[in-house]
Design a protein around this ligand. Structure first.
Ligand SMILES: [Zn+2]
Length: 112
């Protein structure tokens, strides 16, 4: 069994690292320790939803805060790891939280 397994479409877990680490699945860049929120270690690009076209038109008119499409990119290769639509002031949400450093797969990844 490999020490590097995918835990998300664009995130891999390196179980041999000490401590085990989350990596960009494309280039292997170490994002963070396994128990951290990898989004806090990604390059963040916010785009105002008003610039995204008709699907998002009017969101900023019904809310008091700018709504953005927030994309998280690998700091090394630039691969977009994930994205969410959120208020501009929102902290990055967890979208991947492992049950433990030696476990990977569908039963280990969950939302919080
Ligand atoms: Zn990368």
């Amino acid at each position: 069994m490999s020490d590097r397994v995918r835990v998300h479409e664009y995130i891999a877990l390196d179980r041999a690292a000490e401590p085990p680490a989350l990596l960009c699945a494309d280039c292997g860049w170490r994002l963070c320790d396994w128990a951290e929120n990898y989004r806090l270690h990604a390059v963040v690009v916010d785009t105002a939803t008003s610039a995204l076209g008709g699907l998002f038109r009017g969101l900023e008119e019904s809310l008091d805060e700018q709504i953005v499409l927030r994309a998280y990119h690998c700091p090394s290769c630039g691969r977009r790891l994930d994205a969410e639509v959120c208020p501009e002031s929102a902290e990055p949400m967890w979208d991947l939280k492992l049950a433990g450093p030696g476990v990977a797969g569908p039963t280990a990844a969950g939302l919080s």
